[in-house]
Design a protein around this ligand. Structure first.
Ligand code: GLU
Length: 379
């Protein structure tokens, strides 16, 4: 829950991912905000001089492409957004390379599609490339590869993309630069009495309720996706800060004590392979379990078919599924050992009964403990 005020400093963090929203970088009529970008590059230079490694997750490809192509404010068809992203991304990458270059910093562009973080082999591959860039002292400048992303296979928002990248790279801090300066008890645009929250120890359902409406197309990039990003980050031991990016030198503004909300990392973060499982963006299915299974999971055991009450989704063996408590709260995630059709057939059965039903000698666990991550929930 939220507590009193706190003084924030970025100096103690060694690897920092910074996410920049489109509206900060691009003015609809004038195009790229070069002065602002230069001030942010100053801040990045200061942090890099202090020995921190920085990863940039920059939005703005579509917004910039729109202004360059003179597309105005009208809604774009998918292929028009993709074309705008193609035009905008080349300009965006150039602007970053120039801005960081003027501080003697090298940079490298990384464009990710959803599968690059959600599929294990590709995740390891992306991680290796970004690690190598960091070793070479080049700042990774990352965005979604919007030119090929379609609505079914895209992150859709750079908040969660940034959290996925930050945890993949073991960053100790993720900073979301936004048009809002932190978390409030309610969306301040709608509720003038909304109170600012400087510190979030844990993202509980009460905290989530503060983001306002449930996830929807309109809340993309709003507080909802920021809290989703916070859950991914903090579970893996990455702290998160939300602050306004609208002022000049927005990172040093945090040092000066300007308003920002800190989300504290979990005290028992998941590690390595389990970070990849815990942060999966779209579980392929859901298993609702009974109270006995909830207890077993919280004490570190595998999920057995006997404890599974309901199976939903069309998943394949090895996919990530969410595990729900009887009251439908997500309590864990894991890689399921059965396809959905077989999972349905053996749900509720004792281990000894499974072989007769499936016709083959099967694994005893629906999800093995090694492939399972329990969420940071109150028991
Ligand atoms: N990837 C999109 C772009 O660069 C932005 C997505 C977002 O801002 O969340 O235009």
């Amino acid at each position: 829950m939220a507590t009193g005020s706190t003084t924030l400093s970025l100096k103690s963090y060694r690897r920092i991912a910074v996410k920049i929203g489109s509206a900060l970088l691009v003015d609809r009529t004038k195009g790229l905000k070069r002065d602002w970008l230069a001030s942010l590059a100053d801040d990045i230079g200061t942090l890099a001089e202090g020995g921190a490694e920085i990863l940039v997750v920059s939005s703005g490809a579509i917004a910039l492409g729109r202004t360059i192509l003179g597309l105005g404010k009208r809604a774009l068809k998918l292929e028009e957004s993709q074309a705008a992203a193609a035009v905008g991304q080349i300009a965006l990458a150039g602007a970053w390379s120039d801005a960081l270059g003027s501080h003697g910093l090298k940079s490298g562009q990384i464009l990710l599609t959803l599968g690059d973080t959600e599929e294990r082999r590709r995740y390891l591959n992306a991680r290796a490339t970004i690690s190598t860039l960091l070793k070479m002292k080049a700042i990774p400048v990352i965005n979604e590869n919007d030119t090929v992303a379609t609505s079914e296979i895209r992150y859709g928002d750079n908040d969660r993309l940034a959290a996925r990248v930050a945890t993949m790279m073991g960053a100790d801090l993720l900073v979301l630069l936004s048009d809002i300066d932190g978390l409030y008890t309610a969306p301040p645009a709608r509720d003038p009495k909304a109170a600012f929250i400087p510190l979030v120890e844990r993202i509980t359902p009460d905290i989530e309720a503060m983001a306002g409406a449930a996830a929807s197309e309109l809340s993309r990039g709003g507080m909802r996706t920021k809290l989703d990003a916070g859950k991914i980050a903090t579970a893996a031991g990455t702290a998160m800060i939300i602050t306004a990016g609208t002022r000049q030198s927005p990172l040093m503004a945090i040092e000066r004590g300007e308003r920002a909300t800190l989300f504290r990392p979990s005290t028992h973060p998941v590690k390595g392979y389990k970070t990849w499982i815990a942060g999966q963006l779209e579980p392929a299915g859901r298993l609702t379990v009974d109270e006995g299974a909830v207890k077993a999971l919280l004490s570190g055991k595998s999920l057995l078919p006997a404890g599974v009450k309901q199976v939903s989704g069309n998943f394949s063996r090895g996919d990530t599924v969410a595990i729900l408590s009887p009251d439908s709260r997500e309590i864990a995630r894991g890689l399921v050992a059965y396809d959905a059709a077989d999972a349905v057939r053996i749900a509720g059965l004792k281990t000894a009964e499974i072989e007769a039903v499936l016709g083959y000698e099967a694994r005893s666990a629906m999800i093995h403990r090694d492939d399972l991550v329990v969420s940071d929930v109150e028991a």
